[in-house]
Design a protein around this ligand. Structure first.
Ligand code: ZN
Length: 254
């Protein structure tokens, strides 16, 4: 059992606060929408419900066990915050995948796409960084066990899922990778929308994507450089989305 005041959890809390600010700056969410978590052993540090990202402090980040029990906090005078309403979805993803961090956004391009499409197709080969074309999970109310189940099902073989009329979820071996994938997903959705302006876009085939994955592995793209922004990683953990050759940052590719 990890202690709630372990260095790893303290680092996770600070990292969640800093990435929360980026979520707003990068346009992936507004106000207090969206949420993020980091797993440290048998505990999960997750952003609290209802606190604007600009006001969030490391002591506001909640700690829950993998079965959803909140740990007492006691780090701040205001008392304990409530974990994100999407905690069940985060925990379901940790249970079903090798994720060490989960990012949930309300980013506009994926939400717009989700309202009329059932999949984000391979408009660009960088989608291999997410495991391939990204599915749109059916609409289920926020915070529900049904939404958690729908997200996990649509994540099969992928490290990203779009939630119909809601947003998106990505995961990774650490928060830096999960966040980069959220940015990539939003960029791919935008690029697809732009392509539609010209007519029916060409979509890469499964064979073409497999070729990209094989070449990326051959070139060992994405092998982590020391000093990358992820502080304290979980590099030993398997990642179910890896079959897409997504072990690295898509931005490192040509
Ligand atoms: Zn949401």
């Amino acid at each position: 059992m990890y202690r709630r005041d372990s260095d790893e959890l303290q680092a996770a809390r600070a990292q969640l606060v800093s990435y929360s600010a980026r979520l707003l700056a990068d346009g992936l969410a507004v106000g207090s929408a969206g949420n993020m978590s980091v797993r440290a052993g048998d505990l999960v540090a997750i952003t609290p419900s209802g606190i604007g990202y600009d006001d969030m402090r490391p002591g506001d980040v909640c700690l829950v066990t993998l079965d959803g029990t909140q740990l007492p906090d006691g780090t701040g005078p205001e008392g304990q915050e409530t974990p994100s309403s999407e905690t069940p979805m985060h925990l379901a993803i940790y249970a079903a995948t090798g994720a060490a961090a989960v990012v949930h956004t309300h980013s506009p391009e994926v939400i717009a796409l989700s309202a009329s499409r059932s999949e984000l197709p391979a408009i660009h080969y960088a989608i291999t960084g997410l495991g391939g074309p990204v599915r749109v999970a059916p609409y289920v109310r926020f915070g529900s066990a049904g939404l958690a189940a729908a997200a996990v099902e649509a994540l099969d073989g992928r490290s990203a899922v779009i939630l119909r009329n809601h947003g998106a979820v990505t995961y990774g071996r650490d928060l830096a990778q999960a966040y980069d994938r959220a940015l990539l997903l939003e960029w791919l959705a935008r690029t697809y929308r732009l392509a539609l302006c010209y007519g029916e876009p060409a979509i890469l085939s499964a064979a073409e994507l497999d070729e990209v994955t094989a070449e990326a592995r051959r070139r060992r793209y994405g092998e982590r450089r020391s000093g990358h922004s992820g502080r304290g990683g979980h590099s030993g953990r398997g990642d179910r989305g890896d079959r897409g050759g997504d072990r690295g940052r898509p931005s490192s590719r040509p």
